[in-house]
Design a protein around this ligand. Structure first.
Ligand code: DQQ
Length: 484
């Protein structure tokens, strides 16, 4: 069933990233089947090899030794005409069934979305669909579901468990728990977790939870899902809580990333070092016509490591392997950033950068980093911390002169402890901006500056001077070879 990934690389589009994963051309969305096999990381993804639109979804495939540099592999799953996945091989996960790589995914045909299984060769390159597909032909009869798909599979002793994403009419999102001894025959157990009138811990979680991902983290468990409502994709949510007797009790809910739909359907793995690595789909923020014209759409986020802090809250930071992409660098500071006197960094500019900024904003003041700035400031994107309201914002109102690109602001709560400096890591990759603050919050978004000279970086302070302790900037290498 394997098919070569034959496509002409999309080049010549200045918005195309150079150090984020994406296929050579056409459409991609959710990461799938994220697994470490031996020492190699395998990443599958929702892929349309024919066009830059979400249609006839296959499973694309790539592999990496370091989570940073990827090699493209043949398509893993292709819809089978007349089969339960005739209209698409949708999201799911991969497990090691005593040495047999096994995928459980959603087969889409007409209005139906049903669990299907495929097994792989040792190198995970060729896959055979199970002749008994679909393995779960119908949803539980005692629930009135608005939608039902996507799979997270794990083993406890000799028993396999899986969660399916769902939405219960009038109630909201749910993660439905199933049990199996052989990955092929499944019994429905009960909902592992259900929204309370479309909310969890005060956070709205929509009509349905897509792409559940469930895993232990320190002494707790985390349920990550993505909020779907009325055909709109909203954001990825992490519920941190306790898992006992096959029930999950969330203690609190938060967005996993505050860039909303620009970080969606994440999937994670525990690698051989034991760390939990998560990666999400970074959706476009420009029109469908512009995506078609560019002949590519969608990328993956940088891989992030998740942990639990001493306060029981999630910690999130880019994996250390990304430091291998750092090229030429510049350092600025220590220095004061005077209120209303922006400091344009003469030594730092570009569209493939990492910036690490350590700064003390004035008490109650604002401090910001402007990126992709045109010399006359008509285009610029602002990363702003406001100490008065303990909030980090990406202000895209002037990100692009193209009115058909996203311009809404993204905000994240960020309270600093007494005396704690603000620590920003800003990853700029052409149209992608990923910002991590104090290992506590991340904001991922898209920007499409129109001008080729929108490359500047500046620092600014308002309502008092900020003390810049240090800024390091690196030009980032491409993750692909020269043809990339
Ligand atoms: N994408 C897949 C679905 C999933 C959605 C289809 C989330 O399986 O629910 O491409 O983006």
């Amino acid at each position: 069933m394997s098919q070569q990934l034959v496509s002409t690389p999309s080049t010549g589009d200045r918005h195309r990233p150079s150090y984020h994963f994406l296929p050579p051309a056409n459409w991609m969305n959710d990461p799938n089947g994220f697994i470490q096999w031996g020492s190699t990381y395998h990443l599958f993804y929702q892929y349309n090899p024919a066009a830059a639109v979400h249609e006839t979804i296959h499973w694309g495939h790539a592999a990496s030794e370091d989570l940073v540099h990827w090699r493209h592999l043949p398509i893993a799953l292709t819809p089978t005409p007349g089969g339960p996945d005739a209209d698409g091989c949708w999201s799911g996960s991969a497990v090691d069934d005593d040495g047999t790589p096994t995928i459980i995914y959603t087969g889409a045909s007409g209005q139906r979305q049903r669990a299907c299984l495929a097994t792989g060769s040792d190198d995970l390159v060729t896959w055979q669909k199970y002749p008994g597909n679909p393995i779960i032909p119908e949803p539980p009869s005692n629930l009135e579901l608005v939608a039902y798909r996507d799979h997270c599979v794990w083993r406890e002793a000799d028993t396999w468990y899986q969660l399916m994403g769902a939405g219960i009419a009038g109630v909201g999102g749910a993660a439905l728990l199933y049990r199996s001894s052989d990955l092929r025959q499944w019994d429905y157990v009960h909902p592992l977790s259900v929204a309370d009138q479309h909310h969890v811990d005060g956070l709205w979680t929509g009509a349905m939870w897509e792409c559940p991902d469930f895993f232990p983290l320190s002494d707790r468990h985390v349920l990550v899902m993505s909020v779907w409502d009325a055909h709109h994709l909203h954001y990825a949510v992490a519920l941190v809580g306790d898992y006992r007797d096959h029930r999950f009790e969330p203690l609190f809910a938060q967005k996993l990333d505050y860039g909303d739909r620009h970080f969606y359907a994440p999937q994670s793995l525990a690698d051989r070092t034991g760390r939990r690595v998560v990666i999400g789909w970074v959706q476009e923020g420009r029109s469908i016509e512009a995506q078609r014209a560019a002949s590519w759409s969608g990328t993956l986020s940088l891989p992030r490591e998740l942990a639990l802090g001493a306060d029981g809250r999630l910690r999130i930071r880019p994996v250390t392997e990304l430091e291998s992409l750092r090229g030429a660098c510049a350092r600025v500071g220590p220095t004061d950033i005077r209120a209303a006197q922006p400091l344009v960094l003469q030594e730092v500019s570009g569209d493939a950068l990492e910036l690490e900024v350590l700064v003390r904003p004035a008490p109650g003041g604002r401090f910001g980093v402007a990126v992709r700035c045109a010399p006359d400031d008509l285009e610029q994107t602002l990363v702003v911390y406001d100490a008065a309201i303990a909030q980090l914002t990406i202000d895209r109102s002037r990100a692009s002169l193209d009115p058909d690109t996203g311009s809404a602001a993204h905000t994240a709560p960020l309270a600093l402890a007494e005396g704690e400096p603000l620590r920003l890591r800003i990853f700029l990759d052409h149209s992608i901006l990923e910002v991590f603050a104090n290992d506590t919050v991340s904001i991922t978004t898209r920007i499409y500056p129109t001008r080729s000279d929108s490359l500047g970086v500046a620092l600014f302070a308002e309502r008092g001077d900020a003390r810049l302790l240090r800024l390091d900037a690196w030009h980032m290498h491409s993750i692909w070879g020269p043809e990339g």
